[in-house]
Design a protein around this ligand. Structure first.
Ligand code: NOJ
Ligand code: CA
Length: 655
């Protein structure tokens, strides 16, 4: 490993420092000019991000903005391959060049700031670090001055920030200059030179989530404020999250970048107890109005229903069962009344001991449920005992929820993605790890790759999921997700609804597309979201795919795709030679040519293709599908048709 360290005799107020990716093609360049800090990004001879300002504004102190000088710079190369506990890739290469720039103010009190830059072959990143220093021990950050200067005509895909439904919005395409209102990350840009760039952050701890907004000349980091209007209260030493940009030459290469995970440290403890799972749920019946969350005649979470569903898990070969609405407090309009939610008190018609004993006897894992409705104060009073209570009942998985447009923390209304929100999610995650609990967080803080460090964070929602069907979704939505939200990791989309024509919630899908989602949308906890009878009685043929589906992948290989139009991906099962392929299209029908170059030379594979029938359509022929058996070898080609709003799934087993 080459190490280069330079201590300058005279601090530099004008200088340029390049950090170059291992393959030499991508550069992030730090420029200090008359004491002002900026950076730009280039690939080969093309500028990807133009000169962009760096800096932090502080309360009651001069900002880190002007009058800076470089006193020392340090460069090193790093290369490792690490093994994941679960996920989309078993072994991940982490290979970068890093430059650390030590800065000092020119005038007294000569405060210190460090900037750390990294260049990978698939992207760049940087962060601010404020070391311990005599003049300061605590700081209030009021603004981050970080810019991402794209050309104003570059195209972008994003969802709006600061909205009542958090991250649960549809993606829209806009020229960058149109982003006058803040948008969430990951935000994807297509530059006029044809590069695909995803701007996001990694390792978000103890700080507000970053949104992006146009200032007069560039997109600027707009850190989610606290209710007092400031951005973060921190003590030193402090590091901001990484500001990262994946840089790719086509949209599919964005999806295979592991930059976000690589920017997070390895876990400090052993997490080999963590295990991905598939689960059914006492759940969709509530969405279609058959059952209710709240106590009453049609209450879903009864002891009897739970036992019936546990039996269904056994028959269907699904190892987990989620039970929602089991606890006291879900009275009437639960969005209003969530402040009453009690996490240690089952409803009178639900016997948790009996249900858990029955599940244990049958070898089924219970996925417990904590709907906080965002009342964090109420939840934090109970959370330690509530986790313990679940663990005492043998429950190792919990789905949590934070419905509501704001959180209530310390009696104040705070954004979910503010520093206090981030701190709550982190507290819950670390406590869960202590109790050996794995989490599926709904209405979460977005993923910034902390699941590398905390692998008990199995999945999140954090995007518009299938619960919005019945009017709130079009087929293109799940063709945007792979190139935007899913760049930040797994999502509990709640796939596998076969009751697609239900008048209460009609779904813009063909039935085949529902199983394709299990491959196109990764999740460490995969829900088979419909009621068991739709699997056992209506579509046992399609259900077979869900039953066979692995929950972790050795390797992920996207095959075909365009943002908002289609996505086809092949995934190799963890520690296996079997492959699964899934494809989805938007409102347009589409034929795709699959090329089986990824299969092993000389081997034969038994394959099963689940596809839309030629006359299938997400509006008026949702059920039309065909299941065909095939024999495949390396080098074979296969043309597959996806109906409008449809898709396909393919399982490939080595003989
Ligand atoms: C919204 C979640 O996304 C959904 O999965 C859950 O059932 C409801 N909140 C109730 O907690
Ligand atoms: Ca939700």
């Amino acid at each position: 490993m080459g190490i280069l360290s330079k201590l300058f005799k005279k601090p530099k107020t004008d200088a340029v420092f390049e950090t170059t990716s291992p393959n030499g093609r991508l550069k992030i360049v730090f420029v200090i000019e008359h004491g002002e800090m900026s950076y730009y990004v280039r690939k080969d001879d093309k500028i990807i991000v133009k000169r962009s300002t760096l800096g932090l504004e502080l309360r009651g102190e001069r900002s880190f903005e002007h009058g800076m000088s470089v006193v020392r710079a340090f460069n090193r190369q790093f290369d490792e391959t690490w093994e994941a506990y679960w996920g989309e890739e078993h072994y991940i290469r982490n290979n970068y060049s890093e430059t650390v720039i030590y800065l000092e103010e020119v005038i007294k009190p000569a405060r210190l700031l460090t900037l750390r830059f990294r260049a990978y072959d698939d992207g760049v990143a940087f962060r601010y670090e404020i070391p311990v220093q005599p003049q300061m021990s605590r700081l209030v950050i009021t603004e981050e001055l970080t810019e991402f200067a794209f050309n104003s005509n570059d195209r972008s895909w994003s969802i709006p920030a600061y909205q009542p439904d958090r991250y649960e919005y549809c993606y829209t395409e806009k020229p960058v200059f149109d982003l006058r209102d803040s948008v969430h990350t990951p935000m994807t840009v297509l530059t006029t030179d044809g590069f695909y760039v995803a701007v996001h952050e990694a390792a978000l701890y103890n700080y507000g989530g970053m949104t992006l907004k146009m200032n007069k000349r560039a997109l600027q980091a707009d850190i989610t404020p606290l209710s007092d209007g400031t951005k973060a209260h921190v003590s030193l030493p402090f590091s901001t999250p990484w500001r990262m940009m994946i840089v790719a030459e086509n949209p599919l290469d964005l999806t295979t970048s592991r930059l976000m995970l690589n920017l997070n440290p390895a876990p400090r403890e052993d997490f080999s107890w963590v295990k991905p799972i598939k689960f059914l749920g006492i759940w969709w019946a509530m969405f279609v109005g058959e059952w209710t969350w709240a106590l009453g005649d049609r209450h879903g979470a009864t002891t009897e229903h739970a036992k019936e569903y546990i039996d269904a898990c056994v028959r269907l070969g699904i190892s987990g069962l989620l039970i929602e609405g089991w606890n006291d407090g879900w009275e009437g309009d639960w969005l209003q009344n969530g402040v009453n939610n009690k996490f240690l008190d089952p409803t009178p018609d639900f016997d948790l001991d009996e249900v858990c004993n029955y599940a244990k006897e049958k070898g089924v894992e219970i996925v417990g449920h904590h709907e906080t409705v965002g009342f964090v104060d109420n939840y934090e009073e109970q959370i330690d005992n509530a986790y313990k209570y679940m663990r005492d009942h043998g429950v190792k998985y919990i789905k949590s929820g934070y419905a509501g447009s704001r959180m209530v923390i310390n009696g104040q209304r705070e954004y979910h993605h503010s520093q206090l929100g981030v701190m709550h999610y982190q507290y819950a995650l670390e406590l869960a790890a202590k109790y050996g609990i794995m989490l599926d967080v709904h209405e979460p803080i977005k993923s910034t790759g902390i699941e590398r460090t905390w692998p008990n964070l199995m999945t999140r929602e954090g995007a518009r999921g299938q619960e919005y069907e019945g009017g709130g979704l079009t087929p293109s939505h799940t063709c945007f997700l792979p190139y935007t939200r899913l760049l930040a990791g797994g999502m509990d989309y709640t796939s596998g609804i076969f009751d697609v024509g239900n008048p209460t919630k009609r779904i813009a899908t063909t039935v085949t597309r529902q199983i394709a989602y299990y491959v196109t949308i990764y999740s460490g906890m995969q829900m088979a979201a419909d009621r068991p009878r739709f699997y056992e009685e209506n579509f046992p043929d399609l259900f077979e795919f869900i039953r066979n589906l692995p929950t972790s992948w050795e390797r992920t290989l996207p095959l075909v795709g365009e943002i908002g139009k289609s996505y086809v991906v092949a995934r190799q099962a963890w520690n296996s030679q079997d492959w699964y392929v899934g494809g989805v299209t938007n409102e347009d029908g589409r034929r795709v040519m699959l090329n089986f170059d990824f299969l092993e030379e000389g081997s034969s594979y038994k394959a099963k293709l689940y596809r839309d029938s030629d006359d299938a359509h997400y509006r008026d022929n949702q059920l039309g599908h065909v299941v065909e058996e095939k024999v495949l070898r390396r080098g074979d080609k296969l043309e597959v048709y996806m109906a409008p709003g449809g898709g396909f799934a393919l399982e490939i087993h080595k003989y």
